[in-house]
Design a binder for this molecule. Structure first.
Ligand code: G3I
Ligand code: 9MR
Ligand code: ZN
Length: 567
């Protein structure tokens, strides 16, 4: 028997659930099980409740019992106990998600490239500056490698930004998605971002999360070519070894322009232009100019300009099969930032070509166009099917309202069906599965803002419960948060730093039933149920890596749950 709890804890007045699990073969009766809430040091029992049998969970093959102890509201630190087994400890308090936001958001500072992280801000995670060398265009690098003596080649200053993940690459499309998640989180839940992240820019008068996004945006602006096209990525030809970034001396290479990167760049810079308008007019202006220049390039390159890794390159590819969603997102953001209706017509045409799932991940971003069009409604928390005099806008907004509601309802139904209340099909435990779960949480949060359906809010909390410990691996997938949290994430800095402590707040990719790294293939038995396909080992990059766009949906949801309107 295992007892799984949200290892961060439960809001004092919020829903409190836990799951008891037995291997399906081992369970005998569907009888209720009495669960005791005891003090964290296993002292006296303070409350008891029956756990109710909830069937065999498909994604884990566990026999599961669910216990709801919402009525227990006494603040403190506790464990659950049943049948002689204890859970991890957890907190009951009011500020859980407010306190969780800081480590989640501070990871972006720890991902910074091109600057020293001083002890004053990074403590024991301080490190030297990295990747200050200039980059070469791929073709010049290849000529150099082949011994051809090209004339002195142009090199480029593309320093700054965030390392993408556990590697030292910087990639335009995931950078745009992660930055957009953070900017919309700030737009819709600004009160959650008033606390200092203790970064060099703290106290500047602008929320630290915006300062962090500005650091990434300054780098993104360097990724745009003279003609407006945007380079797909900036990485070495092969991944760095597991060394601290200051010791990675591999040549940085600017890989070719792609239409995915150019469109995602156009979108996020148009969005950011709106955000920074009242803080830094010049920066906002440069963002909008860059976005319009990227859009002009897109108009001159109406066919997909695809990207594939060249032979010999093993860094991330972030391949895609359509740029229609990125172009749609860009058109919608440019409409919002310029008021130019011609972008709306373009968005409508592009939306017709897009699939019906309004994606908000790194690959399918069509849903982010809906964020742009419904930005004010979601902020104000009301559904206004107003005829605003311009039928195209109303029609597009209505399409997105319907799509977001549908996605939220789908997530609600999936969560109800799951013994662990995870909004996931068994087949969906793939590389970065926690991102899919968290983006479904984002749909639920957006839908709740629009319709205030209590079940949607409850289901957001259930996804955070999963992330923080109510799952078949038993781990809190947030590094350093919880008694049994991931400690060996696939991250070159945390692996090679020699620090005894893990940097807290990183979201692990999570269970993946089709792992591709050698260790996972070797250690995970064939036939292991999908939700149990996880190992907390640093070598397992297809299970336990961390990325800027897996943390960004977690920041979004934590900011939502910590926002005043939920108090
Ligand atoms: O969603 C499809 C599913 O429908 C299909 O049945 C299944 C078949 O295998 O594939 C699923 O897509 C998977 C996709 O992740 C889901 O997001 C792909 O198989 C899988 O290859 C893909 O993995 C990506 C991985 O790079 C390899 O390309 C991850 O999403 C992506 O997060 C990861 O990104 C890496 C960067 O390349 C380098 N930096 C680290 C970063 C995180 O590991
Ligand atoms: O460490 C790399 C990780 O960041 C990437 O997500 C992954 C896919 O690009 O590749 C990892 O690097 C491995 C490489 O692909 C194969 N040799 C071992 C490398 C370190 O795990
Ligand atoms: Zn770096």
């Amino acid at each position: 028997m295992n007892i799984y709890v949200n290892q961060l804890g439960y809001m004092a007045k919020g829903r409190k659930r836990a799951v008891l699990a037995l291997d399906a073969q081992a369970f005998s009766a569907e009888k209720d099980i009495t669960v005791f809430i005891i003090g964290q040091n296993r002292e006296h029992c303070v409350f008891r409740k029956n756990a109710v049998f909830a069937g065999i969970d498909k994604a884990s093959s566990d026999a599961v019992w669910q216990v709801d102890f919402t009525e227990f509201t006494v603040k403190g630190r506790y464990r659950l106990a049943a049948s002689g087994v204890f859970s991890a400890s957890f907190e009951i308090s009011d500020d859980l998600y407010k306190n969780l936001l800081t480590p989640l958001a501070k990871t972006y500072y720890y991902q910074r490239c091109g600057m020293e992280l001083e002890e004053k801000y990074a403590g024991i995670f301080k490190r030297k500056c990295c990747h200050r060398e200039k980059a070469l265009l791929l073709e010049d690098y290849q000529k150099k490698q082949s011994g051809m003596n090209p004339e002195p080649v142009q090199s480029y200053d593309v320093t700054g930004g965030w390392h993408d993940a556990g590697d030292y690459g910087r990639y335009t499309t995931p950078a745009a998605t992660a930055t957009a998640h953070l900017l919309y989180a700030w737009k819709w839940f600004p009160e959650s971002f008033q606390k200092s992240l203790d970064i060099p820019e703290s106290g500047s008068g602008m929320a630290d999360i915006l300062c962090e996004c500005r650091y990434e945006l300054h780098w993104l602006l360097k990724m745009q070519r003279e003609d407006g096209g945007v380079f797909h990525k900036l990485t070495s030809m092969r991944h760095a070894n597991f060394v601290m970034p200051c010791r990675d001396r591999r040549q940085m290479i600017l890989f070719p322009v792609s239409s995915y990167a150019t469109a995602a760049f156009a979108a996020v810079t148009a969005l950011a232009a709106r955000v920074f308008r009242s803080y830094d007019g010049a920066f906002s202006g440069s963002l909008l100019a860059a976005s319009l220049k990227a859009w002009m390039w897109l108009e001159e390159n109406v066919q997909i300009v695809d990207f594939h890794n060249p032979r010999g390159c093993n860094t991330g590819e972030y391949g895609d099969d359509s740029d229609t969603d990125e172009r749609l997102w860009a058109a919608a953001e440019l409409y919002r930032s310029t008021g130019d209706r011609s972008f709306l017509e373009k968005a409508e045409n592009l939306k017709r070509q897009c699939g019906h799932e309004p994606g908000i991940g790194w690959r399918n971003v069509s849903g982010l166009a809906g964020f742009a069009l419904l930005e004010d409604e979601i902020r104000d928390g009301k559904m206004t099917a107003e005829a605003d005099g311009f039928y195209t806008e109303s029609r597009l907004k209505q399409q997105y309202r319907i799509q977001f509601m549908k996605e939220a309802q789908k997530a609600f139904v999936l969560s109800k069906k799951s013994g662990y209340m995870a909004a996931m099909e068994s087949e969906e435990f793939e590389w970065g599965s926690n991102m899919l779960l968290l983006t479904r949480g984002m749909y639920l949060a957006v839908a709740w803002k629009l319709c205030r359906k209590q079940e949607y809010l409850d289901t957001v909390i259930r996804q955070m419960d999963y992330l923080l410990g109510i799952n078949a691996s038993g781990y809190s997938y947030v590094s350093g948060i919880g008694e049994k949290s991931v400690q060996n994430i696939h991250n070159r800095i945390t692996v090679s730093s020699g620090n005894s402590e893990i940097i807290p707040g990183y979201i692990s990719g999570g269970a993946n039933s089709r792992p591709v790294d050698e260790k996972a293939e070797w250690l995970i038995e064939p036939g292991t149920p999908p939700m149990k396909c996880f190992l907390d080992l640093w070598e397992c990059y297809s299970l336990n890596e961390v990325t800027i766009y897996w943390n960004s949906p977690a920041v979004f949801l934590t900011a939502f749950l910590g926002s005043p309107e939920l108090e």
